[in-house]
Ligand binder design. Structure first.
Ligand SMILES: CC(=O)SCCNC(=O)CCNC(=O)[C@H](O)C(C)(C)COP(=O)(O)OP(=O)(O)OC[C@H]1O[C@@H](n2cnc3c(N)ncnc32)[C@H](O)[C@@H]1OP(=O)(O)O
Length: 409
């Protein structure tokens, strides 16, 4: 089996091969590929696995994204996507060969992190990826949706207006961009995605209402994208589903949530991406009215250069830790001394005895602060070599804000 790089000329064969792996048929597309999620593929970064008879039987691609790290650094990452191998050629190492080539390509670009959304949780650990962010649905019945009046918060001096997603894509793009720079775990949505309408609502052409928030100076600083489902003939109400609430701060988020929760003719509001830890739950007068469900792992993270990756994120506690990191897929095993002083980390190879021994995929899971080292020690994934090592690691890796990602790719 040969692994070959693709070009724009391969788009049709690439999409057909990928569809065959997922058991899908091509959806309707427009001339520029608009409306189809794959129209944003960067085919100069794609790979195909070619069988001995010359036919393409496997695909993998990567998007050029930026990821916001704890502490606010924004770094280039590759977003791995469109991974598939035809049912006729599975379990013969095609994926393994594509992953090996792709990780080498990403390193060559000078990037130290790769990310993906996993179709199945059992596929990617072997390649060094660990689940790093989680997301949830929050369902709130309309009649039990009162929110508290914040103790410290002043009056929201901004305004809200109702738009349709078709009419305000550029505004949404700007607001999303401001939000993602302040949210650890968030990915950029390149302009190409908005221009091609490639992605899930509110990017896609599916009709959506947008509650747009503007600050006192009239500058857009948040939006909620939503649609109502069919009317239930018995209750005479619908479900209002919120694709995403994107806001530059908590006050704007609350105003947007209050607006959608106050919609008439609905039985409940389902927020698609409000994680369990989100303050919105604590703002409900009736804390039992908010039901968190459908928890799913979202972003998986893979470190390709441990010292650079650890030095890039922000840290809020000083300390020292020796990490023995096993990267079996790339055949690398190194011991690093991580030293944090005044919010900055230095990470160098060392001969010192390790505090923790861990797989690179588990380092991916704790890297953004979405999982604590002690949990993975208790789970038997990370090995702590002395009492107290897990607690030191918890303190060190702790972040001010939990990571969250809602970009689908
Ligand atoms: C980021 C994304 O795009 S996620 C989308 C992933 N794609 C899909 O889910 C589409 C449907 N599935 C497929 O196309 C294929 O089954 C793939 C791509 C997941 C795997 O491709 P293959 O070429 O069969 O994988 P490969 O032969 O290299 O397998 C490597 C190892 O992973 C294991 N593995 C691969 N896929 C799976 C799976 N779905 N479940 C369990 N184990 C798996 C293999 O058993 C093998 O294990 P081993 O090394 O112990 O023998």
């Amino acid at each position: 089996m040969e692994i070959r790089a693709t070009t724009e000329q391969d788009r049709e064969a690439f999409v057909a091969t990928m569809n065959s792996a997922f058991g899908l048929f091509p959806g309707p597309t427009t001339e520029d590929g608009g409306g189809a999620w794959w129209s944003a593929f960067e085919l100069d970064r794609g790979l195909v696995a070619v069988a001995d008879d010359g036919r393409p039987v496997g695909t993998a691609a990567a998007y050029t994204f930026e990821l916001t790290l704890p502490g606010g650094a924004v770094v280039p990452v590759s977003g791995v996507t469109a991974v598939g191998v035809a049912p006729t050629h599975r379990r013969r190492g095609a994926l393994t060969a594509m992953m090996r080539r792709q990780l080498a390509d990403i390193r060559e670009r000078g990037e130290f992190l790769s990310v993906l959304l996993a179709s199945e949780a059992v596929i990617y650990r072997r390649f060094g990826y660990g689940p790093a962010t989680w997301t949830n649905r929050l369902t709130v019945p309309r009649r039990r949706a009162d929110l508290i009046t914040p103790r410290a918060g002043g009056e929201d001096t901004g305004t809200v207006e109702l738009l349709r997603s078709d009419d305000c894509q550029e505004i949404l793009e700007d607001v999303y961009n401001r939000y993602r720079l302040a949210q650890p775990g968030a990915l950029s949505r390149p302009h190409r995605w908005w221009a091609l309408r490639a992605g899930q609502p509110p990017i896609s052409p599916a009709p959506r209402y947008i509650v747009l928030h503007r600050d006192a100076a009239g500058v857009p600083d948040g939006y909620a994208s939503y649609a109502l489902g069919d009317l239930d003939r018995v209750t005479k109400t619908s479900i209002l589903t919120v694709d995403e609430v994107i806001a530059v701060d908590d006050e704007v988020f609350t105003t947007l949530a209050r607006t959608v929760l106050g919609h008439d003719l609905i039985g409940q509001v389902v927020f698609k991406h409000v994680p369990a830890w989100h303050p919105l739950r604590w703002q409900l007068e009736d804390i039992r009215s908010g039901e968190t469900s459908a928890e799913e792992d979202w972003l998986w993270v893979r470190l390709l250069d441990v010292p650079r990756a650890l030095a890039a994120r922000g840290w809020i506690a000083d300390g020292e830790l020796v990490l023995d990191v096993d990267d079996a897929f790339l055949g690398e095993r190194n011991r690093y001394l991580l030293t944090v002083r005044d919010g900055k980390a230095e990470c160098v190879e060392t001969e010192r005895e390790p505090d923790l021994t861990l797989d690179v995929s588990d380092l991916g899971s704790i890297y953004l602060g979405g999982a604590t080292p002690s949990t993975l020690v208790r789970a038997g994934r990370i090995q702590a070599h002395q009492a107290g090592a897990a607690a030191v690691a918890d303190t060190l890796f702790r972040t001010e804000q939990p990571p969250h990602c809602l970009h689908w790719f």
